[in-house]
Structure formats: C-alpha cells, structure tokens
Design a protein around this ligand. Structure first.
Ligand code: R5P
Length: 295
C-alpha cells in the first residue's frame, strides 16, 4: 500500500484491513507550489495500491498522484490507483461547444504514467468510466451511508431525496437499504454562471424526515436550494448524506442556514463531517481482486 500525501490516514487504515505492508512517501512542497516526492522502499515487481484522493488543491493532488504512479511503474511496480474522490469526473461531457472534456484527459494521463487499474468511490456518473481504456471501477459507499442513518437516527416516515435527476439511481439504492420511499428533484444549472434552480410541484414531505443524498457537496448550493424547497413544503427534519464532502468556503454554514439539521459525509475526503469510514467497502473490493475475482 502506498498512501499518497492526500490520503495517508485512509491508506494506513486500508493497509491494516488488507494486512499488507505500507510503503512510505516523503512529500515536499516548495515555496512556488511544486511538489517533490520520494518513495522510501524498493517496490520492484510488486503489485501496489497507490491511494491518493484528488480533493482541493485538486491539481496539486492530481500531479502528486501522477508523479508517484510514474515512479512506481518505472520501478517495475504494477500500479492500482485508488482515487477515493476522482476530480474532474463532473467534466465528462462537452456541455458547451468548445469545452474540454477534462475527465478524458485525466484518464489518458493515468494510463501514460503506467496505471493498470483505476478504482474510485461513487464516480459522479458511470458514463465517466467509459473514458478509461484500462480497467476502471467505481465502488459504492451508498450502503454505508444508509446504514449510518439507520443506526444513528430514529427516523419518522423517512423519504430519501436526490437534489437532481442525475442522482436517481443513487437515491434509489440508498432508499432500498433504508427501506424508505425516494424521489429526485428537477435541478437546472445555468451552463454559463453555474447558478442552480430547482423546480418541483406537489412535494409530499409534510411532517416527514427527509434525507438529501448526493455524491458531492462542493459549494453546498445544490443542497441549500433543495433544503429551502423541502422546508417550505413542510419537511420535519432535514438530514444530508454525501460521499465526497469537498465543502468549499462556507458550504456548511450555507446548508445549516437553509434548514439542514445534520450533514454527514465519508472519509474519501478529510473534513469536519467525514464520519463514515469507507475502509470496509474498499477492503472487500481489493480482497476480491487479490483472490483473482475479475471486477
Ligand atoms: C452535480 O450534479 C453533483 O451531483 C452535485 O450535486 C454537485 O456537484 C454539488 O455541487 P454544489 O455543492 O456546488 O452545488
């Protein structure tokens, strides 16, 4: 296990779960922002899990991942890149003419530095996996998130809500574990300004506990708008669960002010709300790879 500088703690926890040794990395960041990395052990001809999440500073973490993968491959290591939060996964289409499909570039970069397999958690859309010309897989943290809410809260008539139609499959999977109803709101994002607008008529949430489920919380704008709408429609409690709590600036404050009672995420990204540990799901995935089950 090679824990990159962005995922040291998670890497150590995975190594413990998989009972495999750790290869330490010595990271340095120079005053001008350049990263320099040193691998402290001989890794020649070994199968390696390089874990590095690409949360902000996104490009620094991505470059560190590429540098490490390159060096490990040069040493003859077979690199499985575990990227708990895969940056640029939302840029998987040319939404406006002339836009760069950045995820396609990221996938090529990973291949060019010798990555043999890419594994992430809850990729924004499964469509993104199609850009990888080598094995690429997304494991789901949704059952862990649903379990967390079932354990920690006494829920009254729970209903799971996705803030957008793109999250329909995700919220359905969540509701199945929780044994609740589910629905998806209609979200429109201005392609130029990024501003979010939600439309929904006839919401039946009065007196119910609502769980908003999303893959990413970045600025908190999507959840803010959803929470305002659900409060207005008479929701009793509003709880939020996400896989990747990026939480830019005052995202948490914004969501609280919009009526969110509790917001929880996983540790694909370290944050004040990263209370759900994805280790068990990732350990079970890699155990199946080690056993030779083809996933
Ligand atoms: C978008 O389709 C994603 O699923 C998330 O809803 C979005 O990225 C959240 O971003 P923000 O918190 O900035 O609204």
């Amino acid at each position: 296990m090679v824990p990159g500088p962005a995922s040291k703690e998670l890497g150590e926890s995975l190594a413990k779960g998989l009972k495999i040794p750790i290869v330490d990395v010595e990271p340095k960041v120079f005053p001008d922002g350049e990263s320099k990395l040193r691998i402290t052990r001989d890794v020649s001809n070994k199968a390696l899990i390089l874990v590095q999440s690409t949360y902000p500073p996104v490009d620094r973490h991505l470059m560190q991942l590429l540098f490490l993968a390159h060096r490990l491959s040069e040493e003859g290591g077979q690199v499985h890149a575990l990227i708990p939060y895969l940056a640029y996964a939302r840029q998987d289409k040319e939404f406006l003419k002339g836009e760069v499909v950045s995820l396609a570039v990221v996938s090529r970069l990973l291949k060019s530095v010798g990555v043999k397999r890419m594994v992430t958690v809850d990729i924004h859309s499964s469509h993104g996996l199609g850009f990888f010309s080598f094995p690429a897989y997304s494991v789901s943290a949704i059952p862990l998130i649903a379990d967390y809410f079932r354990r920690e809260f006494r829920l009254k008539e729970p209903i799971a809500v996705s803030p957008d139609l793109g999250g329909s499959t995700r919220v359905e999977a969540f509701a199945k574990v929780l044994g609740s109803k589910h629905m998806a709101l209609k979200k429109f994002r201005d392609k130029f300004t990024g501003e979010v607008r939600l439309e929904e008529e006839g919401l039946d949430v009065r007196g119910k506990d609502v769980l908003i489920i999303d893959d990413i919380i970045s600025t908190g704008g999507s959840v803010q708008k959803a929470a305002q709408l659900l409060r207005k429609a008479g929701a009793s409690k509003i709880l939020v669960g996400c896989t990747h709590p990026i939480l830019v600036d005052d995202a948490l404050k914004k969501m609280r002010e919009a009526g969110v009672d509790e917001c929880v995420g996983t540790n694909t990204i370290p944050s004040p709300i990263s209370k759900i540990d994805v280790t068990p799901t990732l350990v079970s995935y890699f155990k199946s790879i080690i056993k030779g089950e083809n996933r």
